[in-house]
Design a protein around this ligand. Sequence first.
Ligand code: NAD
Length: 492
Amino acid sequence: MNRYQMLIDGEWVDAAGGETFQSDNPFLGEAWALVPRANASDVDRAVAAARKAFRSPSWGGISATARGALLRRLADLIAAEAERLAVVETRDNGKLITEMRAQLRYIPQWFYYFGGLADKIEGRVIPIDKPGMVNFTREEPLGVVAAITPWNSPLMLATWKLAPALAAGNTVVWKPSEFSSVSALEFGRLFEMAGFPPGVVNIVTGFGSEIGERLVTHPQVAKIAFTGGDRTGQSVYELAAKSIKPVTLELGGKSANIVCKDAILDNAVKGVVSGIFAATGQTCIAGSRALIHRSIHDEFVDRLVALGKTARMGDPLLDSTQVGPITTRPQYDKVLDYIEIAKGEGAECMLGGGAATRPECGAGWFVEPTVFAGVTPSMRIAQEEVFGPVLSVLAFDEVEEAFDIANDTQYGLAAGIWTQDIGTAFAASRRLEAGTVWVNTYRATSYLSPFGGYKRSGIGRESGLTAIREYLQEKSVWIDTIGEVANPFVQR
Ligand code: NAD
């Protein structure tokens, strides 16, 4: 069993209480690493270290250009270590090596991009309306950012927070998911190697229920950047409100993939499959509802089922595997529960519909790729996030009706539409209540383009120029150039 320590103030340390917890390999269904189980005093130490680093000459006192150079050096190191880190991620969370490798090779781009942006954060000179006054703005970092991340794409989703937060000059306490802490701890070594001063990035491992609240409510934490489920996000938001902290929340989704009657069917079938079975459906942007025009519905479902049947399940470390295990045992149970709920609601199971018992799945937590047809908008399987390889198929007659069905959930993370009609594509871009709309594609994201949710899918944006604003605060500076103080009893 590999044994890990966590990173506080530039030191690799055990938890103050000496406790550890096991991290499981979902493919083998057994523990493979021991990770420190932090308590509130570890959080306090990490926050204190981050606060000290924020004010230190070696971080708070360096130029934005020097900060950017550190981020770019880090990017080089990640690129060199991409394969090794991808293997660690796959062992720890069971996602396909092909997907984790692609993510790890792409992650450096965020650090190059935000590293480049670090010294292009500029204030403004305001043409102020008061004689003799100069007024300008400064864009300043917030202080200590608490980054709280989930298990499904651990390093990618942390990168979306860390790169802009550090580029803006903040320091970070990062709490990875208790189900996927190992890659975070391996990643932490690269910050040291790149030359980040001690305390700029701290990694505290443990359970949300035990240290989450302390981290969110800590008086010296200035901002919370959270990705996870919407219920957890809601309680993080409530806690943050008590101490008036800004939050970025990237939460769940129930995204619709709409297939119009003029769609290129081969592409649309592949797009729907990639939306729900890639990453074993464990992605916030899973296209978990397929809305199919009634005139092509039956043919589409036949093709979808035929393609779904060919999915190769098994060891996620093999390049040939297409559907891996569910990352956590509780999530595995939750997905199977939802399959039973869908059957109980009267949805028609066209593919899968239970645990996978294929020999190549071994003792892992596998669920068969599952397709339900005959789903209606009010069913729980059409409204609630499953976070697994379970697709709900709904039929529609008019595209406007499809937009209404797509919008008729509490979520609004993403949506896709498959059509050859430019008017329909534009209408979709306007009508769909989602932070991302894809036309004739699905699951594309980039460091250049903002990502985030409408409605219950979140607050704030990650990636692209917008993201850096989430980690800055604007200060207005007034300077009198006349040298005489007017009537002190009247506001100037
Ligand atoms: P989760 O909400 O259970 O946990 C997320 C993180 O919050 C973990 O680090 C956890 O330890 C921590 N946490 C738990 N309770 C806490 C508390 N009381 N205070 C502070 N932190 C606490 O989510 P998960 O199961 O790890 O991830 C899956 C969810 O994440 C899905 O709902 C998915 O849609 C969502 N997600 C969203 C995005 C996005 O960008 N919108 C991306 C990936 C995943």
